[in-house]
Design a binder for this molecule. Structure first.
Ligand code: SAH
Length: 359
């Protein structure tokens, strides 16, 4: 076929964003038939969706093989003059794997284990699905869309497909999303962070830190072990080539009694000094089944104040969608019968101490 046919098909998929080949009726019937037979359009099925009072919509999406993943739509509400509510900024949170192998102790997705990697097409299809469902039209003069790889899975452990999805989503012949609007969040795969630094297009980088010492980080995040510790991780962060106005993000999930004290905040400030970075403080988004508790709000505020006083911009990310169990992996896990391993509990100890011992 002539090359322009290829362009036509590409634009049907990535500009028109068809769900079925029949929507590209301008293609010759014979071609449509063979496309349908050999390349069935990668439609995602909707298993369930939950709308939160705060506007967050959480989707459980079904892939062709029946596996399920989560994707979340987060509107950012803005008010026009006169108090009329309008939504012009949107964040999509998408998954990179079915389940996850990282094993972070406080995370619900970790409980699922890793089922499989997503393909680049399955990652991109989540974005197109949310665009369609919420009527979002990004682009010049259109809606502002931010995309975060913060759903199920560890994106840097599905590196090839994730980077291919970034290339497709930023491609000028498709959605043409600016790379600076995409953030990839990692539990910290040092070698892959270094590789990511050399990519073009490259998303922004967020690193889930969650502790200021090797000892605590390794207990909370098993994949911390064997990678050269905090030193290697922060060296990779320090050497990550940033664009002029770009900064790194560190995520820090606050767990009551474990990593929410001021000693931890001070150590964190020392560790990150000199880095062009901001810190997102995330009070643990809880639920049944995991032996952690969210921190008291005044602790979160004191933690933030300590970081800001040390010159580190720190923001408190208030949990959203709590009424719809929107913590990472919570929804997918709800349908899983697998029992959690029992956790030792001792009566009479303050919750934090108990958790520290249990870890
Ligand atoms: N695997 C990637 C992206 C997934 S999760 C990563 O680890 O960065 C995105 C963020 O949510 C991570 O910082 C993760 O540690 C955090 N997270 C996981 N479970 C959470 C929970 N129950 N409450 C609050 N944050 C959570």
């Amino acid at each position: 076929m002539p090359a322009w046919r290829g362009k036509q098909i590409y634009s049907a998929l990535h500009q028109q964003r068809i769900q079925a080949w029949s929507e590209a009726a301008y293609l010759p019937a014979g071609l449509l038939r063979s496309l349908e037979e050999e390349w069935p359009a990668p439609a995602l099925g909707l298993s369930r969706s939950f709308t939160s009072a705060d506007g967050t919509v959480r989707y459980l999406l079904r892939l062709a093989d029946g596996a399920e993943i989560e994707a979340v739509y987060l509107p950012i509400e803005e008010f026009e003059a006169g108090g009329q509510k309008s939504v012009s900024r949107h964040t999509f949170c998408i998954s990179s794997q079915v389940g996850c192998a990282a094993g972070c102790r406080f995370c619900f997705t970790a409980q699922l284990g890793l089922e499989r990697n997503l393909s680049a097409g399955e990652i991109v299809a989540q974005v197109y699905e949310l665009l369609r469902r919420h009527g979002v039209c990004p682009g010049t003069g259109g809606d502002r869309l931010n995309l975060v790889y913060m759903g199920m899975g560890e994106p840097l452990l599905n590196y090839t497909a994730v980077m291919e999805s970034v290339r497709r989503l930023t491609d000028a012949g498709g959605l043409a999303l600016p790379p600076r609007r995409i953030t990839l969040s990692t539990a910290g795969i040092v070698e892959k962070i270094r590789r990511l630094g050399g990519e073009s297009p490259r998303p922004r980088l967020a690193i889930s830190l969650h502790a200021s010492t090797d000892e605590l980080r390794a207990r909370l995040m098993p994949l911390h072990r064997g990678q050269g510790g905090m030193r290697a991780l922060l060296d990779a962060a320090r050497e990550f080539p940033l664009a002029p106005r770009e900064s790194l993000t560190f995520e820090y999930v606050l767990l009551r009694g474990l990593n929410d004290d001021l000693g931890e905040a001070r150590r964190l400030a020392r560790l990150l000094s000199g880095l062009r970075a901001k810190i997102n403080l995330i009070p643990w988004n809880g639920g049944n089944g995991l032996p952690f508790a969210p921190p008291a709000m005044r602790r979160v505020q004191a933690f933030q104040a300590c970081l800001t006083a040390a010159g580190l911009p720190a923001w408190i990310r208030h949990p959203r969608g709590q009424d719809i169990f929107a913590a990472c992996g919570q929804l997918a896990r709800a349908g899983v019968a697998r029992q959690l391993p029992p956790f030792p509990h001792s009566a009479g100890t303050p919750a934090g101490l108990e958790m520290r011992d249990a870890l």
